[in-house]
Design a protein around this ligand. Structure first.
Ligand SMILES: [Zn+2]
Length: 531
């Protein structure tokens, strides 16, 4: 492949042009009805097909088979225009002054009839770069255009074009080409070139091209070279280094493990690579949005989305509230970045906020937690070396050797083992065991939670205890207590774990200063683990 793909596969007719249907329709109609305006201005970002479109129009006007929206592509005029050597097509790039200096002279030629074609076509790219005198020269011709002259002006920056010129042009705005259309064209080109490819790799390229087909095709050129003749995801990801989001996924994974040191190490590596913290927070928010989508509307993620599997896996590792919360923290962190002592501090502060919230979220799915309904924070607490509770005991539920009083005294553990959920479970979590008298179990619930004393919840909890112990039991619940309900203990453990996380980060000298800052904020209500 010697010819660059962008040149080789440049569309030669309207049908091949990707993504500018609205402009093509308008111009095709004008051509069919032979009512073409004498001057067009095509605007749009780079690589969306402005000059390509202009050349097709030049062919449509000069094709030997007649003016139409479907030039033959075979006659001398068509072939010469495609080859860039048609005498009546004058193509200028206003960005290079050498050609534009003699604008007046060039335009004087417009007065003479075309040499071999029907029309003299002037294509002026980046027209906003013309000097004032060049614009003035052009304006004269635009004001009294000879019937055989057509102007097609193209620009990325129409604001810089004098109004006098603008007012004499019919303007069309070419849109950025949607990702799916770019990918489709890449597939099409690779199919014709007989190059094997992986679809996720094409998605990565299409996304990096940001709406420009030309950029997409030159990235594809590079990708083929880089991948030694094939286009696979790994090498494209490597090639696009700058947009590789691997480090962000490492951070999200560290969050799922509650691994503060790993998070900060990643931030440190980012600093070493001079990556933008602002962009990183933006990208993190974008990823969290994708993760939330993976959780709630999985169909919204295309099957061929390059990071689909990773997003789905993270969607399973976080619970939905965590993702919402992390998203908020990322957005706020980015907003406050300019207020931080420096960007690194602002960024790591945001990470620590995320850390402070997520791994201790009750009911979270963060760590694999074999005990159903029990938050990971329990297992990961002070007794992290114990075997998981469920493996320890749940396999032998009723035949426990301990007397019923002992089990009741270990109320928190018991609540984790009986089969109860929802509000009844919440009631259990907010009770303390007091005594067992005959078949009567006396519990207390703090004033603050007495709204849980609904008969329906009490009945469910009572039934679950009865099932567990295999005997009929009656619950008697009053208000009061000493602040040792499972929920309160859990909350204290969560606070302790938060403090421990901060401590472990604090041990790292390079963030000591930062953590002092964090400590100060930890007392702020905004940093408390949410209930
Ligand atoms: Zn032709």
């Amino acid at each position: 492949m010697t010819l660059a793909l962008a040149r080789k596969w440049r569309p030669k007719n309207f049908a091949e042009l990707v993504g500018q249907e609205h402009v093509v329709r308008a111009i095709s109609n004008a051509l069919t009805q032979n009512r073409l305006h004498h001057a067009y201005l095509l605007t749009g970002t780079r690589g969306v097909g402005k000059t390509t479109l202009a050349r097709i129009v030049a062919k449509a006007l000069n094709c030997e088979t007649g003016v139409s929206a479907t030039p033959c592509g075979k006659c001398t005029a068509c072939v010469e225009i495609d080859a860039g050597r048609f005498v009546d097509l004058i193509e200028l790039d206003a960005a290079s002054n050498t050609q534009v200096d003699n604008m007046r002279e060039l335009l004087e030629g417009a007065l003479y009839a075309p040499t071999s074609g029907r029309f003299k076509v002037y294509i002026i790219d980046e027209v906003h770069m013309l000097s004032r005198s060049a614009f003035n020269a052009m304006l004269k011709t635009l004001e009294e255009p000879p019937a055989h002259v057509k102007f097609i002006l193209a620009t990325t920056d129409p604001q810089k074009i004098p109004v006098t010129v603008l007012s004499r042009c019919l303007q069309f705005n070419l849109k950025q080409i949607p990702l799916a259309q770019i990918r489709g064209q890449l597939e099409n080109v690779l199919g014709k070139e007989n190059v094997t490819f992986e679809v996720p790799a094409l998605n990565l390229i299409a996304r990096a091209a940001e709406g420009s087909m030309r950029d997409a095709l030159s990235l594809l050129d590079q990708a083929i070279a880089h991948g030694a003749g094939k286009v696979d995801e790994t090498s494209v990801r490597e090639m696009l280094g700058a947009v590789d989001r691997g480090y962000l996924f490492s951070m999200l994974n560290a969050l799922t493990r509650g691994d503060g040191p790993a998070l900060l190490a990643e931030a440190d590596r980012m600093a070493a690579r001079s990556l933008s913290f602002d962009t990183a927070l933006q990208e993190l928010a974008t990823l969290l949005h994708r993760i939330a989508l993976a959780q709630t509307v999985p169909d919204a993620l295309a099957d061929d989305e390059p990071e689909r599997d990773t997003l789905v896996a993270l969607g399973g590792a976080f619970n939905e509230e965590d993702v919402q919360l992390l998203y908020q923290i990322a957005i706020h962190g980015r907003r406050d970045l300019s207020l931080a002592p420096d960007e690194f501090a602002g960024f790591t502060m945001t990470l620590m906020r995320m850390l402070a919230f997520v791994p201790v979220e009750p009911g979270g799915k963060i760590a694999a937690n074999p005990s159903p309904g029990r938050p990971a924070a329990y297992a990961a607490g002070t007794r992290a070396t114990d075997p998981p509770r469920s493996m320890e005991k749940s396999s032998q539920p009723v035949a426990d050797a301990r007397p019923i009083e002992a089990e009741l005294a270990d109320w928190r553990n018991l609540v984790g083992r009986i089969k109860v959920g929802g509000m009844a479970r919440m009631l259990g979590d907010n009770c303390e065991f007091q005594s067992l008298q005959g078949d009567n179990i006396d519990l207390v619930v703090p004033e603050a939670h007495k709204h849980l004393l609904e008969k329906a919840y009490t009945d469910k909890l009572q039934a679950a205890l009865g099932d567990y112990f295999g005997r009929k039991l009656r619950l008697r619940i009053s208000t009061g207590g000493s602040g040792k309900t499972p929920a309160e203990i859990e909350n204290q453990e969560r606070q302790a774990k938060l403090a421990k996380a901060i401590e472990s980060i604090d041990a790292d000298p390079f963030v000591r200063e930062l953590v002092e800052n964090f400590d100060a904020r930890v007392k702020d209500t905004s940093i408390k683990p949410v209930q």
